[in-house]
Design a protein around this ligand. Structure first.
Ligand code: THU
Length: 137
């Protein structure tokens, strides 16, 4: 699976967004270590705080299905379903990534044109609190 293919799946997922309040559509495609891909979209709520991001909906689907190892995620977002720039994952989604992913987990952020940015989890979530931290000391 190339980054371009994963981004294409994130773009597809963006069309499933339920975002009547923000009008901001986000799609994600999460690549598991075994090659399986899970797509996710943001799902908003009239009460706002129950809103879930595209990245987390992809992770939760995958974890529910038994996956625990992940290689990369592609994310795209924009107003009314059109990609309008590169949008990094929110802090809550980064912490969910931290739970299941190593430092070298790759994050591809699709841009408005054909290009994309590549980041690692270590880069976007330095000095993080990770699984086992509270049990080892
Ligand atoms: N959103 C995501 O889906 N992923 C992020 O990492 C940032 C924010 C969604 C949540 C909400 O539905 C909309 O974008 C505006 O914040």
């Amino acid at each position: 699976m190339t980054p371009e293919q994963l981004i294409q799946l994130a773009k597809e997922a963006m069309t499933r967004a339920y975002a009547p309040y923000s009008g901001f559509y986000v799609g994600a495609a999460l690549l598991c270590a075994d090659g399986t891909v899970y797509q996710g979209c943001n799902i908003e709520n009239a009460s706002f705080s129950p809103t879930v991001c595209a990245e987390r909906s992809a992770f939760f689907k995958a974890v529910y299905d038994g996956h625990r190892e992940f290689t990369a995620i592609a994310v795209c977002g924009g107003r009314e379903g059109r990609i309008t720039g590169t949008f990094p994952p929110c802090g809550v989604c980064r912490q969910v990534m931290r739970e299941f992913c190593r430092d070298d987990f790759l994050i591809y952020l699709a841009g408005a044109e054909d290009g994309y940015e590549t980041h690692t989890l270590a880069e976007i979530l330095p000095c993080s609190f990770s699984a086992g931290e509270h049990m080892s000391r």
